[in-house]
Design a protein around this ligand. Structure first.
Ligand code: 4NP
Length: 149
């Protein structure tokens, strides 16, 4: 799960999917990262943490890190939140196989639309709830997809 700061959108997606894959009969490694380095080492934004806790998916344990090229070796699927993240991640790709791992997370719910998860950082509480709702639906679809592999 990749966003810009790794303190709002991608940790929420990470927390949702981490909890959901616990019900599966095999191990799934879930992680998140930001394309920028400004917030490395920080816990998720307090507003995202509050929303996450309210809906039963606490993310207080997560710490921001930056996306690095070797993440392409560690993960089968790399979900980005917006076009800016997509471009930043694809810039680090070494080959077509790397590029093919990257997709917009909302393509899980709106196939091929490249819809963006809006950055809630500069907005109010409703923005965080909207992000939660979008990512909750998208991560349900990811679980369905993983189950079929
Ligand atoms: P995120 O949100 O990419 O969802 O973690 C942001 C967090 C911080 C900033 C921008 C977006 N920032 O400019 O510091």
């Amino acid at each position: 799960m990749v966003c810009l700061g790794n303190i709002c959108r991608s940790p929420m997606a990470d927390g949702l999917l981490q909890k959901k894959v616990k019900t599966l009969p095999f191990e799934v490694i879930v992680d998140s990262a930001g394309t920028a380095s400004h917030h490395v080492g920080e816990a998720p934004d307090s507003r995202m943490r509050a929303t996450a806790a309210k809906y039963g998916f606490p993310i207080d344990h997560l710490k921001a890190r930056q996306f690095i090229q070797t993440d392409f070796d560690l993960f089968d699927f790399i979900y980005v939140m917006d076009k800016n993240n997509y471009d930043s991640v694809v810039r680090l790709a070494r080959n077509k196989a790397d590029v093919d791992k990257v997709d917009y997370i909302l393509n899980m719910t709106n196939p091929k639309s490249n819809t963006e998860v809006p950055d809630p950082y500069y907005g109010g509480e409703q923005g965080f709830i909207n992000v939660f709702d979008m990512l909750n639906e998208a991560t349900d679809k990811i679980v369905e997809k993983i189950k079929k592999i």
